[in-house]
Design a protein around this ligand. Structure first.
Ligand SMILES: Cc1cc2nc3c(=O)[nH]c(=O)nc-3n(C[C@H](O)[C@H](O)[C@H](O)COP(=O)(O)O)c2cc1C
Length: 188
């Protein structure tokens, strides 16, 4: 595939087949990520490759946040949503957490977020080229202080900016974009 074909065919993937990602494939995606542009060479990204033990701990945080958002704690509905969310999270073949080192000034923080976003997109595109799908999530687990405790990180030094859920796609959805003419002004 050409780079444009990879960019255009890549979709956010929500359902995965139960097959693990080989470490060399994972490292290839990380390698693509760290070659993202970054102003003043801050290289502000940090990655955590989550193993099964840690995934079980994160699953509890994920399920609790999901159930609390939709139902009252202690209700049957809560327990139902909790259990489904727990199973859903545990079924993700590979979870990666992405953090941004926090600079001291606002401008650098903004530029570093842009650089981390480029890194995540590089990661997703490299994955797609080898038929691995990713969901880039900014859901509540990256805001929860227990996630920082699990990673043994302080939120004053680093901000978690994304959770990447990855695996071989079970189902690829469709998406559209507005044509370039709608979002571009060509000036004389
Ligand atoms: C900064 C950012 C945060 C996102 N957060 C979420 C999220 O929390 N949950 C989710 O399902 N998708 C999330 N996405 C993925 C978008 O929903 C997805 O890219 C969009 O629907 C377009 O679909 P496509 O990726 O298949 O083109 C996020 C994407 C970006 C760039």
């Amino acid at each position: 595939m050409s780079i444009l074909e990879i960019i255009k065919s890549r979709r956010t993937i929500y359902q995965f087949i139960p097959k693990l990602i080989p470490l060399d494939s994972l490292n290839l995606c990380l390698e693509a990520a760290i070659w993202a542009p970054n102003h003043k060479m801050t290289e502000p990204w940090r990655f955590w490759v989550i193993g099964k033990e840690t995934q079980s701990e994160l699953a509890v945080i994920y399920a609790e946040n999901r159930a609390l958002k939709r139902a009252e704690k202690g209700s049957d509905n809560y327990d139902d949503i909790y259990q489904k969310a727990l199973s859903k999270f545990l079924a993700i073949p590979q979870v990666i957490l992405v953090g941004q080192l926090l600079a001291k000034d606002k401008v650098t923080i903004q530029e570093d977020y842009a650089a981390c976003s480029c890194a995540i997109q590089n990661f997703q595109l490299a994955a797609w080229e080898i038929e691995i799908g990713v969901q880039w999530s900014t859901g509540p687990i990256i805001e929860d202080k227990r996630t920082y405790e699990i990673l043994k990180m302080e939120s004053i030094d680093l901000k978690l900016i994304g959770a990447l859920y990855m695996g071989y796609p079970n189902c690829v959805g469709k998406s559209t974009r507005q044509p370039i003419e709608k979002v571009t002004s060509y000036l004389a």
